[in-house]
Design a protein around this ligand. Structure first.
Ligand code: IPE
Ligand code: IPE
Ligand code: MG
Length: 248
């Protein structure tokens, strides 16, 4: 706790990332390390989510995007997928009051239609109930794949062009952005991946063009406020140039 307080002092509140995205990886390895089933690792992972959401809300982070389930994760064993979906609907049921009390707005993006009905019902209920909240935006990537998102956007745009509602010349980066699932949200400033893997795994391919990337070996269930502070300190030490030159 003491070192947590010390780390907190190192943070410049005026230069916090506005949008943090996290690839929450390592639940399975955590479970293996503790000699339990993978699902126990996923359950521990939801506890880490609670802590990180609370920290972001308290610190004044505007948007937290969490990669919770990828399009490729459907190919895991049926019982793991089933258990993850159960955990997800339970998490939403348990958190709705907390979201209301703490002014948290829930959003979800990805192929939501592929999710089981009971998850979609809980999602719709929570998104609707928290619609007016103006504190932290918690944005869950569910059945999400960056390539699928880009293809989905292209398909929508192609429809508009073939209906002659739009012209090919209208398409530019800003226009394209409007067809992505994340439309309306700024790109992530900081992308964190836990469990030490140096890869993107099909997350936010378009949006992370200029995100600062932070990889930690800590497994997701062990990720906590202190670890997030370390990521923020690292982020604040960097110089974001966006291809330009300093003071240029
Ligand atoms: C991340 O943990 C959670 C999901 C992908 C749903 P993993 O389940 O990928 O854990 P590892 O990578 O096997 O340790
Ligand atoms: C990325 O983790 C997906 C989520 C965290 C939801 P994975 O464990 O599925 O990715 P790989 O297999 O390590 O690339
Ligand atoms: Mg993994």
């Amino acid at each position: 706790m003491d070192s947590y307080k010390e780390l907190l002092k190192l943070i410049d509140r005026k230069r916090l990332p506005q949008h943090i995205a996290i690839i929450m990886d390592g639940n399975g390895r955590w479970a293996k390390k503790h000699n339990c089933r993978r699902i126990v690792g996923h359950l521990e992972g939801t506890k880490a989510i609670r802590k990180i959401v609370e920290f972001c809300r308290e610190t004044g982070i505007k948007i937290l995007t969490l990669f919770a389930f990828s399009t490729e994760n459907w190919d895991r064993p049926k019982r793991e997928v089933y258990a993850l979906m159960n955990l997800l609907s339970r998490f939403l049921r348990q958190e709705i009051n907390n979201f209301q009390k703490n002014n948290i707005k829930l959003l979800a993006f990805g192929q939501i239609e592929r999710l089981p009905t009971k998850v979609r019902i809980e999602l719709a209920k929570t998104i609707d109930a928290t619609r007016g909240n103006r504190g932290l935006i918690l944005n869950l990537a569910l059945s999400y794949g960056g390539r699928e998102e880009i293809v989905h956007a292209c398909r929508e745009i192609a429809r508009q062009v073939s209906n002659r509602r739009k012209k090919a010349e209208d398409i530019n980066e800003e226009f394209f952005n409007n067809y992505l699932y994340t439309t309306g949200l700024p790109d992530p400033d900081l992308l964190i991946r836990t469990s030490g893997e140096f890869r993107i795994s099909n997350f936010l391919l378009w949006q992370i063009a200029y995100s600062e990337i932070y990889v930690t070996p800590v497994l997701w269930p062990d990720f906590n406020r202190q670890e997030l502070l370390l990521a923020l300190i690292d982020y604040q030490r960097r110089e974001r140039r966006f291809g330009k030159v300093k003071n240029g």
